[in-house]
Design a protein around this ligand. Structure first.
Ligand SMILES: Cc1cc2nc3c(=O)[nH]c(=O)nc-3n(C[C@H](O)[C@H](O)[C@H](O)COP(=O)(O)OP(=O)(O)OC[C@H]3O[C@@H](n4cnc5c(N)ncnc54)[C@H](O)[C@@H]3O)c2cc1C
Length: 478
């Protein structure tokens, strides 16, 4: 077996792995990046980008459905060409993937290995049983994969996940979506708006990322008005038939029901790609689920020369976190046995549903008991949201009573992808509610809704007295 000696072996050529390799090279080290699948990253190939392309198509269809509110009617030949929708998703997706594949192909060949990497010791790997890699340190950037729970694993070849749905040549007539998390809602709502008959199933009474009961309730009320949500059900059976998938389930206190769907999308969460990696040979302690304990500030596993980055780290499975963790892991893999701590960015997550969902900073569930105040604002009567007929949602911002600093927020409403950024930047710069209110707000904009929540927070923090009079000036109808 050939042996390759390197400074750092990086498992995975996704966003985290590419960033880790680059950092090692930048620091004068000799990396090798090992990839078992195609180049192009999960984000570009089957994640962020194709999902947002589908959402964009659904937005276009929804704009037509919404137009009569304004007295505008699209002619009688309004139709959705499913094949054309999917062709654009695939064409634009391929363009994004092409850029990544092109850049990855420019990495010197001696720094790239193709095959499945498996640990045989703390810093030794075997790739496809043909190459042995001896490294000073290893970065595990192996990503994650969709989890297919029973009873759907029994019909795995007929089940769609986010790995295959973007390959459909046309929109299906109907779609059962298993799960009501971010990926399930983005894809399922898009399909619904593109004219597919969609039903969501979840054995748990959960919807989206929220932990704040008021935001949860609002999201559930508003989304139930549009989507067929079957929460808290017991899934009894899933059977593949010629015409599709027959589901049998029971809602609480009701007799079992059956329905056939042309296609079935399982979006029931993702699991780090750690099985089959031989982690048990590294001598590092693994928890009951076979996961290592990883310090998010160093990405290191215990004191070992093994670093975990991106979805494989079990931290926050988001693109910008994968990029950050790749850089941190690459840097610390080079520095080992010394490691540097990196203060992480304020957590920020957005779901591109309509209305959008966003989480910023400390979640409601993690607020210190009795040591927080909350400011709320509803979007029903928010000026700009009403103008656009998008007046739904609730924002709840959390603050610290001792310092009046902003802690975090859970947000459901129009334009939240933008407002979540404003708030995340404010939280990260340790801004107080008084300073946030002293910032300029244009009129009429959705951000005035954010200001209403900040004012409510200032009032509940009893910080109104510390605000300048002009920061509390009323603008009727905002
Ligand atoms: C449908 C969907 C929508 C999403 N939307 C968003 C979004 O809007 N915003 C956002 O921030 N995030 C989004 N995400 C999440 C985001 O895509 C991921 O967090 C990110 O791509 C993870 O990057 P990574 O480098 O950790 O993993 P990946 O890009 O998956 O790279 C891991 C690589 O490791 C390889 N590998 C695994 N095991 C081995 C092995 N043993 N040997 C060799 N190679 C191996 C895999 O083949 C893979 O190529 C979305 C994800 C999905 C699925």
């Amino acid at each position: 077996m050939d042996t390759l000696k390197v400074d750092v072996a990086v498992i995975g050529a996704g966003t985290a792995g590419l960033n880790a390799r680059r950092e090692v090279e930048k620091r004068g080290g000799r990396p090798v990046m090992i990839e078992s699948g195609p180049y192009g990253t999960t984000c570009a190939r089957v994640g962020c980008m194709p999902s947002k392309l589908l959402v964009a198509a659904a937005d276009a269809a929804h704009a037509l459905d919404h137009a009569p509110l304004f007295g505008i009617h699209a002619g009688t030949d309004r139709r959705i060409e499913g094949a054309v929708v999917m062709q654009r998703v695939q064409r634009e997706r391929d363009r994004f993937v092409g850029f990544v594949v092109g850049d990855t192909g420019k990495i010197p060949e001696e720094q790239r290995l193709h095959g499945h990497a498996r640990f045989t010791g703390p810093t030794t790997l075997v790739v496809d049983g043909r190459v042995r890699v001896d490294a000073r340190a290893v970065v595990v950037a192996a990503g994650s994969r969709p989890f297919v729970p029973p009873p759907f694993d029994g019909i795995r070849d007929r089940v769609l996940t986010s790995d295959d749905i973007f390959e459909l040549p046309d929109l299906p007539e109907s779609l059962a979506v298993i799960g009501t998390g971010i990926i399930a809602l983005e894809l399922g709502q898009s399909m619904h708006r593109l004219g597919v008959r969609v039903a969501f199933f979840n054995p748990f009474d959960e919807l989206g990322p929220f932990t704040d009961p008021d935001v949860k309730r609002t999201a559930r009320r508003d989304l139930s008005a549009e989507l067929d949500l079957r929460l808290g059900i017991e899934m009894l059976a899933a059977k593949a038939e010629t015409g599709g998938i027959r589901l049998r389930w029971r809602e609480p206190g009701a007799p079992p029901r059956e329905e056939i769907f042309a296609r079935l999308l399982v979006a029931a969460g993702r699991r780090p790609n750690l099985a089959g990696l031989g982690l048990e040979t590294t001598g590092q302690p693994l928890d009951a689920k076979g996961l290592p304990r990883v310090d998010p500030e160093t990405t290191q596993c215990a004191n070992a020369p093994i670093f975990f980055a991106g979805d494989a780290s079990g931290h926050l499975p988001l693109l910008h976190e994968a990029a950050d963790e790749g850089r941190i892991a690459g840097a610390n893999a080079m520095l080992w046995p010394r490691v540097e701590r990196h203060e992480r960015r304020v957590p920020l997550a957005v779901a591109f549903t309509d209305p959008q969902m966003a989480m910023v900073g400390v979640r409601y569930a993690d607020l210190p008991e009795g040591q927080h105040a909350i400011g709320s604002a509803w979007f029903e009567n928010q000026g700009r949201a009403r103008v656009a007929g998008r007046n739904r949602g609730l924002v709840r911002i959390y603050g610290d009573p001792a310092s009046c600093r902003l802690l975090g927020a859970e947000m459901f409403g129009p334009g939240m992808e933008h407002m979540a950024h404003l708030l995340a930047w404010a939280v990260q710069s340790r801004m107080t509610v008084q300073t946030a209110l002293s910032m300029p707000f244009y009129h009429p904009v959705l951000e005035e809704g954010l200001r209403a929540a900040l004012r409510d927070l200032a009032s509940n923090l009893r910080a109104i007295g510390g605000c300048r009079p002009e920061d509390l000036a009323e603008a009727p109808g905002t």
